[in-house]
Ligand binder design. Structure first.
Ligand SMILES: O=C(O)CCC(=O)C(=O)O
Ligand SMILES: [Fe+2]
Length: 354
């Protein structure tokens, strides 16, 4: 089992760091994203208390009845705002034959758990950051949904969301430098992107058996994903080497994962990180402890999906346009790419139906 390196964003943000130190930090960021599809960071601006305030509120929300939560469901907006009930989102590995083939080729010890149906997790989508005034992708940029009886909702979601975006922007800048691109190569494309704070909620009381798959083997379709620490472990990631690793996020750290849009922009030099969330022995231990301490048995993730702006074009940037695989990543409008991916995982009606 491998420990992911922890990169201190404070050192990058500090004016007193030496140029050689900065170069080394940026190289560590791009190397970790490339070799593991993931990266642990510490950001002095995102505290464990901020994360707790967010998790406490989301636990209270997910504990409400199904009828209550369904009032926040917006299927017509492809679930891109409000709640997604359990049993809607389909893991890529259930529908993608190429991916299934890839799984069959893996050594048994690294094979993911094979989901038999849609994910039994709920999710809440909250848009974060300014929206574009003019866009061809209105529904990816819709108005927020606020559940009744949560006066602190907007402030809590926005403050956690903005903090996570600030951390992602620093990582995106460092990654660009590490990949040999101009410093703003990624961040300039992220401006007014349809960033989503998208915590998952999994009911461990009902679905707490070892081996239950909460999020089947998949990649994230966005640019970079960032998660705070969850109160229940269970995330497995696959390294570029094919090895499967259970992720441990140290207290006060954030986990970053590379998404498909980053893969596109680097012409496949950095692949989207594959991952799954399942009930492991570690999850069972955390469930036992939570029961003892009379805490919530909802597993909440503090996930934020950072996106490339919907109207921007995805294509290999700079020197990545010259690589052998570049032609596998033809210029594609980011919003169109997102819509295709959403329909593959059941969050948007297929093109022929819409
Ligand atoms: O529930 C989690 O910890 C993360 C789930 C996940 O991979 C996702 O939301 O894409
Ligand atoms: Fe994911």
């Amino acid at each position: 089992m491998m420990d992911l390196p922890v990169v201190d964003l404070g050192a990058y943000l500090s004016a007193s760091s030496q140029p050689e130190e900065l170069t080394a930090l940026c190289a560590a960021v791009s190397r970790s994203l490339k070799e593991t599809g993931a990266l642990l960071v510490k950001d002095p601006r995102c505290s464990a208390e901020d994360n707790d305030r967010f998790l406490d509120m989301m636990e209270r929300y997910f504990e409400r009845s199904d009828e209550f939560k369904r009032l926040q469901e917006r299927a017509n907006l492809h679930y891109q705002v409000g709640v997604t009930p359990e049993g809607v989102e389909v893991p890529r590995s259930l529908v993608d034959e190429k991916l299934q083939e890839k799984i069959r080729m893996m050594p048994e010890e690294f094979q993911p758990s094979i989901p038999r149906g849609p994910d039994p997790k709920w999710r809440y989508m909250w848009r974060v950051g300014p929206r574009p005034e003019n866009t061809l992708f209105k529904e990816l940029n819709s108005e927020p949904v606020i559940p009744e009886g949560f006066p602190e909702w907007k402030e809590t979601m926005d403050s956690w969301g903005y903090k996570m975006i600030s951390a992602i922007e620093v990582v995106a800048e460092m990654a660009a430098i590490g990949f040999g691109l101009p410093k703003d190569a990624f961040t300039s494309l992220m401006k007014q992107g349809p960033h989503l704070l998208a915590p998952t909620g999994s009911d461990l009381q009902r679905h707490g058996q070892e081996g239950t798959v909460f999020a089947g083997y998949h990649y994230d379709l966005n640019f970079l994903t960032i998660h705070g620490r969850s109160r229940f472990p269970g995330l497995n990631i696959w390294l570029r080497s094919g090895e499967k690793v259970a992720v441990k996020v140290p207290v006060g750290c954030l986990l970053i994962q590379s998404g498909k849009q980053l893969e596109w922009l680097t012409g496949g030099d950095c692949l989207a990180g594959m991952h799954e969330v399942i009930v492991t022995r570690g999850t069972l231990d955390a469930i036992a402890l939570a029961r003892q301490q009379n805490r919530s048995l909802w597993r909440v993730s503090s996930t934020l999906f950072a996106h490339i702006a919907s109207d921007a074009v995805l294509k290999p940037l700079g020197h990545f346009a010259e690589t052998a695989d570049a032609s596998k990543y033809p210029p594609t409008v980011a919003g169109e790419f997102v819509e295709q991916e959403l329909s593959a995982i059941n969050l948007k009606g297929k093109k022929s139906e819409s």
